[in-house]
Ligand binder design. Structure first.
Ligand code: GLN
Length: 196
């Protein structure tokens, strides 16, 4: 089981560690040839403008678009932005998921916070989610499944985790907490890989 982690910038090391804990091989992706043979890909958080510029510089944008059509991909935070079709501004994107995303949705004062989310797909226990200058999903098309919303008193219960077929996107950082249920969900349910 070889899972790529886009390693241009941002929080890729933490994803690699969680993947290894789950028995997967984590492969750092910086060049088009690094995508060969991967079963799935994670696009980490970081700065989506920087990730986009570096992807253009390394001629990765088209190979990533081709990979994403064929294989399971999960974007966290900046990775969610990078996967979205519509972010209301012009910057390099993979641009496949039918979601509208608002970058830096939580403003400067509260640009980082943690909260417990109810995520029915992960079971009854709440998922402790870390948001760092996070985006929020402001619109989804048919075919996009909403996996989690904020509590009602935070951005009116705004959408923070979605799935569209073999694509998963979360506005927060599951790689920064010890709870690996989102990684397991991605590998097992979204990617169909043999993980316990
Ligand atoms: N604010 C960042 C962006 O716009 C995302 C932050 C993150 O990935 N933690 O790309």
């Amino acid at each position: 089981m070889q899972i790529g982690v886009l390693a241009l910038q941002g929080a890729f090391i933490e994803h690699e560690k969680t993947l290894r804990d789950l028995g997967a091989q984590a492969v750092e992706v910086r060049l088009p040839e690094h995508l060969n043979g991967l079963d799935a890909l994670i696009i980490p958080g970081g700065e989506s403008t920087t990730i986009g510029k570096l992807a253009v510089t390394f001629n990765l944008l088209e190979p990533l678009r081709a990979f994403v059509q064929a294989k399971p991909v999960w974007g966290t935070c900046a990775g969610m932005i990078f996967l979205a079709k519509d972010i209301g501004r012009d910057q390099p994107l993979i641009g496949v998921m039918d979601i509208q995303v608002n970058r830096n949705a939580f403003g400067r004062q509260v640009d980082s916070f943690e909260t417990d989310l109810t995520v029915p797909e992960l079971g009854a226990d709440p998922f402790h989610a870390v948001f760092i200058r996070a985006p929020i999903v402001t619109g989804v098309s048919d075919g996009v499944q909403v996996l989690a919303r904020l509590p009602e008193d935070n951005h009116k219960g705004g959408i923070v985790a979605v799935r569209q077929g073999h694509w998963l996107a979360t506005a927060f950082h599951p790689e920064l907490t010890p709870d690996n249920r989102f990684h397991r969900y991605f590998l097992r349910e979204v990617a169909g890989l043999p993980v316990e």
